[in-house]
Design a protein around this ligand. Structure first.
Ligand code: AMP
Length: 189
């Protein structure tokens, strides 16, 4: 039996989105990516999108209250009742605590946090390649370096947060997509 209330943690470019997609196919539960939702909000010109855009363009974090609202709403959708793969949320301690509160209210606590371990040069390389393929506005070198620093300062401390809760599994994120998928699967067993 695999855990189904999951969080993928790791720096930008670690492969969270790719592995989340694999899990969507394998487990039949939705991926919840605040980055994807925020990009959609920017494209649609909503209030959330207007608030988020300048932060995203710089590679800074969108304010907690905005992102927490987006994530809470998504987690309350019926399809998340079967489980979910959080990708890119939470990214701060305040977000992690808000997530705990939300899941506590729903009676469905997080079961696993998989932290993908990668080396920074490899990650920057992957992101520069993705910039060429997807043309994301925030995939240029200066923004990528900022996003790495933001990860170290604000998000990496969550590794200890989830270790303390006993749900953390650290997975080697270097290698082929298939190899990493096998390791992730083992970490969910
Ligand atoms: P991502 O696609 O997850 O790399 O997210 C792209 C950008 O969206 C980030 O660089 C942030 O500006 C913003 N973003 C996504 N998720 C969050 C979050 N949980 N907290 C704050 N900002 C976020």
């Amino acid at each position: 039996m695999s855990a189904t209330r999951l969080l993928l943690l790791g720096p930008p470019g670690a492969g969270k989105g790719t592995q989340a997609q694999r899990l969507v196919e394998g487990l039949g539960i939705p991926q919840i990516s605040t980055g994807d939702m925020l990009r959609a909000a920017v494209a649609a010109g909503t209030e959330v999108g207007r608030l988020a855009k300048e932060y995203m363009d710089r590679g800074d974090l969108v304010p907690d209250e905005v992102v927490i609202g987006v994530a809470r709403e998504r987690l309350a959708q019926p399809d998340a009742g079967k489980g979910f793969i959080l990708d890119g949320f939470p990214r701060t301690r305040a977000q992690a605590e808000a997530l705990d509160d939300t899941l506590g209210e729903l009676g469905t606590p997080l079961e696993r946090c998989v932290s993908l371990l990668v080396n920074e040069d490899e990650v920057v390389d992957r992101l520069l390649k993705r910039a060429g393929i997807e043309g994301r506005a925030d995939d240029n070198e200066a923004t990528i370096r900022n996003r790495m620093q933001v990860y170290k300062d604000q998000t990496e401390p969550l590794v200890a947060y989830y270790r303390d809760k006993g749900v953390l599994r650290e997975v080697d994120g270097m290698g082929s997509v298939d190899e990493i998928a096998v390791r992730v699967e083992e970490a969910l067993a």
